[in-house]
Write a protein that binds this ligand. Structure first.
Ligand code: LMR
Length: 327
């Protein structure tokens, strides 16, 4: 009998050892192409994490809404169906209203200002703003400034009057287009190309990397270089999953993510112009440059949106963001 018990315990022990030796599978789901800043950061994270933690983790990257579209990825994260996502900052308002600051039109002069704000004490606080909801922000990640696109030339706000625009699921962006008489429609990223192609909407807004890699330039006649807002991300994970990880694994993942984000940000800074050049080279859509006076008109029409969200976001946060501009 003693022998049987000893045998069973040995068997159980070896089984549990085998189980604990299984690598932790980390699913990283996102909605854009591999060659974009987010796509590149995700692949870099896989490379670094698997190198740093050999046999301990396996990272599976799912780009292009393959696993979950943007309407479902946060839910999937909270359910534990994926471990890492990086939705745009416009897609977190269900979890914190503060991140709406990034959607305010004409708040940031350029991506360098966005970077300064994100790395300021007030900016960094935003990464922990969703912890009460079970979400940990591992870092901000850039994509770029947004450009308007449409099938008509958008030079002044009056040109947008009556047009249907695809927007992300953001109330601020909804008000932004309403401010110029547009008709905004919340549509998932994976459906944008078709919505533009079939005329469900007349226009949209996106940074150059998305306009190029998702071929939006093929189904829009004009792209207006407006730089009117930012499209960046928070790389997010499930708080419980993250906190339950063995300490050495969590540390290794944290370091890998820090490096991967730095890499993605470098791609964002260096490739934005290249994506723009590729869109121009393709000669499918005409790129419109705004004069200073035209840009000022857009700013004037859209800036009243700030006051509408001032209370939800916090005046202090809006002011801190403004201070990140160079002038
Ligand atoms: C969008 O929906 O337009 C973007 O958030 C897509 C992305 O992740 O860049």
């Amino acid at each position: 009998m003693k022998f049987v018990i000893a045998l069973c315990s040995a068997l159980l022990l070896s089984l549990s050892m085998a189980a604990s030796a299984d690598p932790i599978v980390i699913k990283f789901s996102h909605v854009v192409a591999d060659s974009t800043p987010k796509g590149q950061a995700a692949l870099k994270f896989k490379e670094l994490a698997e190198k740093k933690l050999p046999g301990k983790v396996v990272v599976e990257v799912f780009p292009n809404s393959q696993l979950f579209g943007d309407g479902k990825e946060m839910e999937a994260l909270l359910l534990g169906d994926v471990q890492i996502v990086a939705p745009s900052l416009s897609k977190f308002s269900k979890y914190t209203k503060k991140l709406q600051v990034f959607d305010l039109p004409f708040l940031f002069d350029d991506i360098a200002a966005v970077d300064r704000f994100q790395n300021s004490p007030k900016g960094l606080e935003l990464l922990t703003a969703m912890e009460g909801k079970g979400i940990v922000g591992l870092g901000f990640l850039h994509n770029g400034m947004k450009q308007f696109s449409a099938n008509v030339q958008l030079r002044t706000p009056a040109d947008a009057n009556g047009l249907k625009f695809r927007i992300q699921a953001s109330d601020v962006l909804e008000e932004q287009f309403k401010a110029v008489g547009g008709n905004p429609q919340k549509i998932a990223f994976a459906e944008v190309y078709q919505a533009l192609q079939s005329g469900v909407v007349d226009g949209a807004e996106n940074p150059w990397s998305n306009i190029y890699t998702k071929k939006f330039f093929e189904v829009q006649k004009y792209i207006t270089e407006s730089d009117h807002g930012v499209l960046d991300y928070i790389v997010a994970t499930n708080a419980k999953w993250w906190n339950d990880l063995p300490a050495d694994v969590r540390k290794g993942l944290e370091e890998s993510m820090r490096e991967a984000i730095a890499y993605g940000n470098k791609v964002a800074f260096t490739e934005d112009d290249n994506f723009r050049a590729k869109v121009i080279e393709a000669k499918k859509a005409e790129v419109i440059k705004l004069t200073k006076a035209e840009k000022e008109q857009w700013r004037k029409s859209m800036k009243p949106v700030w006051t509408k969200f001032e209370e939800e976001i916090g005046k202090d946060l809006i002011e801190a963001a403004q201070q990140a501009n160079a002038n």
